[in-house]
Design a protein around this ligand. Structure first.
Ligand code: BTN
Length: 265
């Protein structure tokens, strides 16, 4: 289990995570945060669990969530934005995680657009953003992050593309420290984002970490696949892809995902 006192000492936010549930076990921190939202929970509520029995990934996938090793954390937000803007929070959270896991002298994280954190060519973190809509506006958005911290063995089907901070740094990490650093960073990023409703203020930082930059990518749209070369993101968080025909396209994260043509990246 994570140490609640250690965690509280490290959290220096004004409102995010000030209401925090630290659980031994839950089906999914996202599911729990959504249930709390339905009961009127405050913006900034954080649900953090030692393990998940039904951890969920994007596109209906399972998120492996063993106990004692990783971070499974969801933040409840109530942004006054259009539903189309909500996916941008995922990119924002990716930046927050990247800052949280960046340490002097350690391997640097990269981002696989829109929201996978990658180290040494393998995934260390996934983010699942879900929203509830009421009268055409988001009534809540939950941003759930799973960070592989001290896990060193993975199920066979993901072993070739998953890694952890311990494996990449070569030593154990404090989950309390990483989780708190994420909240400290994400609160600031979120407040800035809400002021501008744009990702322009982190565009350079994000692009510097973009593992797809200059890479050939395969864009998987519902019912259609096409290839091109990734060339950065827009201030709305779309991936800019130059098609083989020379045409420049903006790909938005809500609808599609990309993969490298030669493998995971
Ligand atoms: C992905 O890469 O597919 C997204 C994975 C997101 C996993 C996290 S763990 C905390 C939160 N609760 C969940 O059930 N999923 C997210």
């Amino acid at each position: 289990m994570m140490n609640k006192e250690d965690l509280s000492l490290r959290i220096r936010t004004r409102w995010m995570g000030r209401e925090l549930y630290l659980l031994d076990e839950v089906d999914s921190t996202n599911t729990r945060a959504k249930a709390e939202a339905a009961k009127g929970a405050v913006e900034g509520l954080v649900v953090l669990s030692d393990c998940q029995t039904n951890g969920r990934g994007r596109r209906g996938r399972v998120w492996e969530s063993p106990a004692g090793k990783n971070i499974y954390l969801t933040v409840l937000l109530k942004p006054e934005v259009d539903p189309e803007t909500a996916p941008m929070l995922t990119l924002l959270a990716a930046c927050g995680v990247a800052r949280a896991v960046s340490a002097p002298g350690e391997k640097k994280p990269q981002i696989k657009w829109p929201n996978d954190l990658v180290m040494g060519g393998k995934k260390i973190c996934g983010i699942l953003t879900e929203m509830g809509i009421k009268e055409g506006k988001p009534s809540y958005v939950v941003v759930g992050i799973g960070i592989n911290c001290n896990l060193t063995t993975f199920p066979e089907d993901i072993a070739s593309k998953a890694t952890s901070l311990k494996l990449e740094y070569g030593h154990e990490v404090s989950r309390e420290e990483i989780a708190a650093r994420f909240l400290n960073e994400f609160e600031n990023l979120y407040e800035e984002f809400i002021k501008h409703k744009s990702l322009e203020f982190i565009q350079d930082e994000y692009e510097r970490m973009l593992v797809n930059e200059g890479q050939k990518v395969c864009v998987l749209e519902p019912g259609r696949e096409w290839t091109g070369v990734a060339a950065g993101i827009t201030k709305m968080g779309e991936l800019i892809v130059k098609k083989d025909s020379g045409e420049i396209c903006k790909v938005s994260s809500g609808e599609v995902s990309v993969r490298g043509v030669y493998g995971y990246i």
